[in-house]
Design a binder for this molecule. Sequence first.
Ligand code: UD1
Ligand code: CA
Length: 496
Amino acid sequence: MTFAVYWLSMVKKADTKSRSSSRPPRIAIAIMAAGKGTRLKSKHPKVLHEIGGKRILAHVIATAQRVVPAEDIFVIVGHEAERVREAVAGTGVNFVLQAAQRGTGHALMVARDALFGNATGNGNKYDQVIVLSGDAPLITAETIRKLSAFHTAQKATMTLLTADLDDPYGYGRVLRKGGRVEVQAIVEEKSATPQQKKIREINSGFYAFDAPALYEHIDSLSTENAHGEYYLTDMAGVFHRARKKVVAIKTSDAGEVQGSNTRSEMMILDARLRLAKCRELLEEGVTIFYPHTCVIDSDVEVGADTVIEPFVQLLGSTKIGADCRIRSYSVIGNSVIGDRVTVKPGTIMEDSRVGAGAVLGPYTHLRPGSDVGEGAHVGNFVETKKIKLGKGSKAGHLSYLGDAEIGENVNIGAGTITCNYDGVNKHQTVIEDGVFIGSDSTLVAPVKIGHGAYVAAGSCITEDVPADALALGRSRQSVKEGWARAKRDAQKEKRR
Ligand code: UD1
Ligand code: CA
């Protein structure tokens, strides 16, 4: 035997050995999200409701993705399947359709092909299936990993994650074998005896299963229970009777397994998540006054030494730089704000960008597509839409600026309006660097004001203004000397 052949044969041996004994289990995560959510009395599917400004299912998927790659995640959809699928399609996870929702056990039955394979061969895709509830968004990746590792270490067939609740009402109760790690069964609230209802250890709805065993026994589930549905929880009893090992691991943080069956449960989860978000920001060096009055969504980012005053809302994918001050009653959605920006009270912003050192408000309204340059100033009652406002430019008061490209160091006088709409189409206004627009001017688009030009106050500009010119678009003032005195004198005469 040459060395190379010997070496190859050793490598092969080592390879087969590791695959048979110590190969890590192939893990799939199934997320049950097919239910309607009847208890919410909503026209929207339960898993698409928002908690902490993010869809409940999106939270669960994001957490699952921290444990296994998207290709090993299977979301079971049914009620309004298309809407649910569309809402989270960007994550790259797989979907399984549960056309009729006949219970949590049935949800796993329809996922047989995806998780295990079909009769025609490609069986045994995964060793372990972790089941998550699509309506319990606070579960952490760490807890899922613990559940999975415990299941593997115990060589169990089914492992449930449980928690002790002060008020276990509504949850499935866990029947342990005389206080041991093994579980005999789960009883749902509806079928529990008064004695069983006193059990405070609840089934969280998160499980790990041995995949082949699950699909060998899942057809033993029946609909003979209080709801007439296939209950996944009944698998505990099924396995127990088949002398397979069912165990439970209890989480120390009962909060993270809480579901959202009702609007008041959602309110509790939302408050928890938002407070946690505020804590995380405080941790990162952000100051938040009265955090319980602020609404800050889960994905928002804020830089250090930024101060957030009471009653501020930071929504969606908003990113705020360092050393900013966001004053009260500002509502900022999906916007990016640079460092050292001051946002004065009552400013509303959506899908916009603001450069470093800019000053906004009070009562500025940046509508989608507004791009405010570094050090620019947009003041009271100024509304903008789809505009670029250059570095150092100012629009201080009472303006509407829409569909406009405005250069650097431009001064937009109070009350200036871009007339961008002719009733059918929108037109562009171009204002070059260093332009001065006098107060109360109307700029009828399409129109261009060349660099360094002046527009006299009160002008209605309908034609392009060349660079460095002065444009007056108003009638000349005429003065009638003594007119007012003469009028008063005439009135006095009449009264006599
Ligand atoms: C379930 C458990 C209960 C546990 C609780 C924890 C069962 C029978 N009961 O009750 O023991 O204490 O979770 O929160 O499982 N779903 C489907 N297809 C269906 C039915 C439901 O995908 O046919 C989905 C739902 O969309 C939901 C999840 O499964 O995301 C759980 O269903 P839900 O009706 O909320 O179960 P619970 O009553 O909360
Ligand atoms: Ca639930």
